[in-house]
Design a binder for this molecule. Structure first.
Ligand code: OOG
Ligand code: NI
Length: 446
């Protein structure tokens, strides 16, 4: 059936619809997006080499459509249906993140495209967290929360029908896709009407603010959408000029010559008016804005070094000091592409240059010599995933200064996968395969 719309096209329409909805719901998100675009334009203008590099890696096209979102769900069946919904858009669960380590009672995955072409077209990702109800220590309250979750349906009846239709047909026509996008959007819409009374809300909020956020509303509202910036330090600095107050610290690695992994910062969640079931007014803080700057994906060795240095650096109270301190500690992390490649700290994508096409690699020639001769070009593969310590920092900054730290309990990937109804894909395998494929395409058998 060739009149089906591609999953990539559905994902792009969906991410655009989400962005439009969130701009209406949280106008600061629109302001932030404009700031990010302005800074991206300035950065590209003042750094033509960066612009060429991004263009060569096919990343320029995706820059301004690129974003991630985040949602939190309450039950296994919600998570499993989300998996089906995202599969329609070519998004699959990649990675397992245990946030209980940092006192946040959830574990998570990221739904995202996995193959090169899909990532190039639109790498839209949704960081998806499953609440761990077992961390509510009051049994009566835990059972009540479970009952509330069991009685809600966060998907519209039409959305469920369309998911079935998609399974039967193996795709959607343009018209069906449009209807699907608008039905799917309903799951992520904000509801000012809480589905519980104020007493239940406060009891759950008392346990943990995230628990109230997940349990007390009829849907799983999108809680932020995050554009990709090329200069996060600049955007952080400029946010106050647009009336946006950033969180204190930029999460992740320091600024470097060769950016690695992911740097993130956010602005505080809004305090929004809500109406409880009995009609009383209240307020709820959940939705915020975030920006991210992405760099090279690290190999397991690189990642181990990153984790060790990050832990060594610790946290701080002042961003400038913290960034300086991070930069000092990260001196032990090589900061040029050649060393990152030769020490196998980062993943690379290899391609033949004009010269390499004219004189292809011959048997016995090494990658190093081919690169030195300019016949093969190596570019770092961009990190497409998330970082648990950073994610915990983003969560915490939105839980207020008196964030309750829960006893961590045993988070388990197996339990998460059972709820999801499938295994999560290992992100390292994806990067390794990507690198390997690029080498084969160059005619290198390694
Ligand atoms: C998710 C927080 C984590 C990120 O980009 O690491 C996150 C949430 O608040 O639901 O968005
Ligand atoms: Ni995020």
């Amino acid at each position: 059936m060739d009149n089906f719309l591609s999953a990539d096209a559905i994902r792009t329409r969906f991410s655009q619809a989400m962005s439009a909805m969130y701009q209406q719901e949280v106008p600061q998100y629109g302001t932030l997006m404009q700031l990010v675009m302005a800074v991206n334009d300035r950065t590209l203008e003042s750094d033509p080499a960066l612009k060429d590099r991004l263009a060569a890696a096919d990343e320029l096209n995706r820059l301004n459509i690129e974003r991630h979102g985040a949602i939190r769900v309450g039950s296994a069946s919600e998570l499993a249906t989300l998996r089906q919904m995202f599969a329609v858009m070519g998004m699959y669960p990649v990675g397992y993140y245990d946030l209980s380590q940092a006192g946040v009672p959830v574990h998570s995955t990221a739904f995202r495209p996995v193959d090169d072409a899909a990532l190039r077209r639109n790498p839209f990702r949704v960081f998806t967290s499953l609440l761990r109800l077992e961390l509510i220590d009051d049994v009566t309250l835990r059972e009540k929360a479970a009952a509330i979750l069991a009685s809600r349906d966060i998907f519209t009846p039409r959305c469920r029908q369309l998911l079935q239709l998609h399974q039967q047909q193996g795709g959607f026509t343009a018209e069906q896709a449009a209807e699907f996008v608008s039905e799917a959007l309903e799951t992520f819409r904000w509801h000012a009407h809480s589905s519980v009374d104020s007493q239940t809300y406060h009891a759950l909020n008392q346990q943990h603010r995230l628990i109230a956020d997940v349990v007390c509303f009829p849907g799983c509202h999108i809680n932020h959408l995050t554009p990709r910036t090329l200069d996060i330090d600049r955007v952080q600095q400029l946010m106050p000029s647009r009336g946006i107050e950033p969180k204190t610290l930029i999460e992740g690695p320091p600024r470097r010559q060769v950016p690695i992994l992911l740097r993130q910062t956010s602005f505080r969640a809004l305090e929004e008016a809500i109406i409880f079931k009995e009609g009383h007014q209240g307020s709820h803080t959940a939705r915020f804005g975030e920006i991210e700057q992405r760099g090279a994906a690290l190999t397991p060795e690189g990642r181990a070094l990153y984790d060790r240095l990050l832990q060594q650096a610790g946290s701080g109270q002042d961003n400038q000091q913290h960034q300086q301190h991070l930069a000092d500690v990260f001196r032990d992390f090589p900061d040029d592409e050649q060393t990152l490649r030769q020490q196998a700290l980062a993943w690379f994508h290899y391609r033949l240059s004009e010269k390499g096409i004219a004189t292809p690699p011959a048997r016995g020639e090494t990658l190093d010599s081919l690169i030195a001769e300019g016949r093969i070009i190596a570019e770092p593969i961009i990190y497409e995933d998330f970082l648990p310590v950073s994610a915990a920092g983003i969560f915490q900054s939105n839980l207020g200064d008196h964030a309750q730290v829960r006893s961590t309990g045993q988070a388990s990937r197996a339990a998460f996968e059972a709820a999801l109804g499938s295994a999560v894909i290992d992100e390292m395998t994806l990067y390794a395969e990507r690198q390997q494929r690029s080498l084969l395409r160059c005619g290198m058998m390694q």
